[in-house]
Design a protein around this ligand. Structure first.
Ligand code: ZN
Length: 69
């Protein structure tokens, strides 16, 4: 099974966990990314080679409720 190595989030520096999956889909959007930092809304594309990984920003939520005080 292919394994994607763990990466460091470029936003907050936290580790993104490594992922093992049967199928590694190509990632064109944040939602396709198997390694994501929900806090920063940053996803790492599904390249096995860390040098080829690109980081994708999540789309800003369109209909999220206003933040609570
Ligand atoms: Zn982060």
């Amino acid at each position: 099974m292919p394994t994607l190595p763990s990466l460091r989030c470029p936003g907050c520096g936290k580790a993104m966990e490594q992922i093992t999956a049967n199928v590694i889909p190509p990632a064109n959007t944040y939602n396709d990314c198997l390694r994501r930092c929900p806090k920063c809304g940053i996803g790492a594309t599904n390249a096995k080679n860390p040098a080829k990984v690109k980081f994708l920003q999540a789309d800003p939520p369109q209909d999220s409720p206003p933040p609570k005080p």
